[in-house]
Design a protein around this ligand. Structure first.
Ligand SMILES: [Zn+2]
Length: 122
């Protein structure tokens, strides 16, 4: 027997809810994998933007500020990678924290960065 329009819509709605749940599970798994790494391994660097001290700007993809008006990853900020790694020279000037909500900084992970990064070469 053919399904009615209502039955089809209900079925589609159920699939959408299942898909949403699966995407959340995948995101949680990704987050757990990131959290297991050290901060040096998980920092995401800017493609071109640097701190006045010369180190690349970076952010920790696991950081979420629960006190921010912005929810989840959007509550994060770009900062000097040397500061985030605890290797900053305190005698030179560094950038302040640059919240994602107010600063458009190209990440090394964006395809338009074409592989550019401010990551240190070891
Ligand atoms: Zn700096």
């Amino acid at each position: 027997m053919e399904k009615t329009k209502l039955e089809l819509e209900l079925e589609a709605k159920n699939h959408e809810e299942k898909a949403k749940e699966l995407r959340k599970q995948a995101a949680d798994l990704h987050h757990a994998e990131l959290k297991a790494k050290s901060i040096a391994e998980r920092l995401v660097y800017a493609a071109h933007s640097r701190c006045p001290c010369g180190a690349g700007l970076a952010y920790d993809p696991c950081f979420e500020d629960e006190n921010s008006v912005f929810v989840g990853p959007l509550s994060g900020y770009w900062d000097c990678s040397a500061i985030l790694l605890g290797e900053a020279n305190k005698d030179v000037q560094h950038t302040g924290q640059l919240p994602f909500a107010f600063h458009e900084i190209l990440s090394e992970q964006q395809p338009s960065a074409m592989g550019a990064t401010t990551r240190k070469v070891d």
